[in-house]
Design a protein around this ligand. Structure first.
Ligand code: IMP
Length: 229
């Protein structure tokens, strides 16, 4: 019998709902994916790119989540976060690890971006961290830098999809802009002629390292489930 496009899509959808990711719920429209982060800026950015997914963070469930990120690379740390949260929730998890890499500083602060300049366990605020980086960069004419984001969508200990993306720019000599968070006021984007913190949030969310990584994850989900996302 002739199967119309709509019928085909409906039957694909029905069969997809029976697929189990082994260790997690089947992927369906509106499924829950945990996000291994306490950063609400990041959750908002990711939610905008995966609007069909309910993103839950550990704090939503009152979970204490502070894994030791002792990897040597962004990707290693993203996997550490993803696996740690998966062990707690036994559901699909997205985790990312990101930071600012400055060419002249051999890629620092890099994986230590969040802890850059911290004394013991006490972290600096964004403004203090930015001031410290600018002082370290004083006198350096070469200003190339980029944000890096490694992102992992993990379904169980052994099954995951991973991607690493960048947002390239130049380090400014003083902070510019009020939007965003972290090092956003320091990274100038020549093509946009402004700093990341001067971009409207919607535009940052199409250009950023995290947005590009999240879109790759969304595309991968789409490949698994043409009818869902
Ligand atoms: P993470 O939460 O371990 O990935 O640490 C990331 C750190 O890198 C943040 O605390 C920020 O300082 C910095 N960072 C990562 N992504 C961004 C961004 O999009 N804008 C500004 N700073 C960022």
């Amino acid at each position: 019998m002739f199967n119309s496009g709509a019928n085909l899509r409906a039957s694909l959808r029905a069969s997809w709902r029976r697929v189990d990711f082994r260790g997690g719920a089947a992927y369906t429209f509106g499924m829950t994916i945990w996000f291994a982060s306490g950063n609400e800026h990041k959750r908002a950015e990711l939610s905008a790119i995966l609007p069909q997914v309910e993103l839950r963070v550990p704090a939503d469930a009152g979970l204490a989540f502070d894994p030791v990120e002792d990897g040597d690379e962004f990707l290693e740390n993203a996997l550490i976060k993803a696996r740690s949260l998966f062990r707690l929730v036994k559901q699909p998890v997205i985790a990312d690890d990101s930071g600012l890499c400055v060419d002249t500083l051999d890629g620092r602060p890099g994986i230590h971006s969040a802890r850059y300049g911290c004394v013991g366990d006490v972290r600096l605020g964004d403004a203090e961290r930015n001031a410290l980086l600018l002082s370290e960069m004083e006198g350096f004419p070469m200003r190339g830098a980029c944000f890096v984001c490694a992102m992992v969508l993990l379904f169980n200990e052994n099954r995951f999809f991973a991607v690493q993306e960048t947002l390239e720019g130049e380090l400014l000599r003083e902070p510019r802009g009020e939007e965003g968070f972290g090092y956003d006021p320091l990274l100038y984007l020549p093509e946009q002629r402004c700093s990341v913190a001067e971009l409207p949030p919607e535009l940052k969310n199409t250009l950023s390292h995290r947005a590009k990584a999240a879109r790759a994850i969304a595309a991968w989900l789409e490949l698994q489930n043409p009818s869902g996302l």
